[in-house]
Design a protein around this ligand. Structure first.
Ligand code: CIR
Length: 254
């Protein structure tokens, strides 16, 4: 069985942290509707959704992916690179400890879950503006005894590694090569995003189901041309907060 941890969109999402985007008004009701549709899709894909209550004073708290890395036997609570986001982790840890042995990234390490791309027993970790080398080294030491390897990947021009590259099949990566070097992921198959849709590399794979944002039709067509059957959902209101599909959930098997 799969669990998906999510969190209701904060009423203060309009004050979210932005790095590469300019601020636009966010319609909280619409963002909540889109988020609810997203959760429904996760349920359709066989997940049991555990939705945490809203956090009125934590604008970015809907993006639960950044607070933890959940692996087979353990979970690592992150220390988010954005100081304003550090209070998001505790409530997620409370839920995860029901399922996993818990570890934690500590000062001076910083790590955001959005920088961790798991492919089998390898964790590719973006050395981004949010995840520093001390944080990545801590992760490496925590996971090594459990048989996971960590590979550091340089990310430039976007927020997180998973803004630039995500898994869409067992060995296939959807990638924006202007933000990450494809050679970091040896011997894998790649699908390039359409250059007119730079934010289009963030897809969410749940088992065999591929969830994809509605507003990147050209890249979506590329996926379909390659034989992928894509479930499309609207998340444009959440994208204004520089979030995407993977960021809104922590999905793991029990
Ligand atoms: C932030 O800057 O932290 C949020 N506004 C967006 C976080 C998106 N998270 C993700 O891509 N994993």
């Amino acid at each position: 069985m799969r669990i998906a941890i999510t969190r209701e969109v904060s009423p203060s999402i309009g004050q979210c942290k932005l790095t590469h985007l300019s601020r636009q008004d966010i319609d909280v009701d619409l963002a909540r509707d889109q988020h609810a549709q997203y959760e429904k899709m996760l349920i359709d894909l066989g997940c049991k959704v555990r939705r945490l209550p809203e956090e009125p004073n934590l604008p970015d708290s809907v993006f639960v992916e950044d607070t933890a890395i959940v692996l087979d036997n353990l979970a690592v609570i992150t220390r988010p690179g954005a100081i304003l986001r550090r209070n998001e982790t505790q409530s997620v840890a409370e839920v995860l400890k029901e399922y996993r042995t818990m570890f934690q990234i500590i000062d001076p390490g910083t790590l955001d879950g959005g920088d961790v791309l798991q492919i089998g027993r390898t964790l590719f970790v973006g050395n981004s503006i949010r995840s520093n080398i001390p944080g990545i080294k801590q992760l490496m030491e925590i996971v090594a005894p459990y048989g996971y390897e960590v590979e550091v990947v340089k990310v430039e021009g976007c927020l997180h590694l998973k803004s630039a590259v995500t898994l869409v099949g067992e060995e296939t990566l959807l990638i924006n090569r202007s933000w990450v070097d494809a050679n970091s992921f040896e011997a894998r198959e790649f699908i390039d995003i359409d250059p007119s849709e730079p934010y289009a590399a963030n897809a969410l794979l749940v088992g065999d189901g591929l969830v994809y944002p509605a507003n990147f039709p050209k890249t979506c067509q590329r996926l379909e041309d390659k034989g992928y059957s894509v479930r499309v959902t609207d998340v444009d209101e959440l994208q204004k907060a520089e979030g995407a599909l993977t960021c809104c959930s922590l999905i793991f098997s029990i």
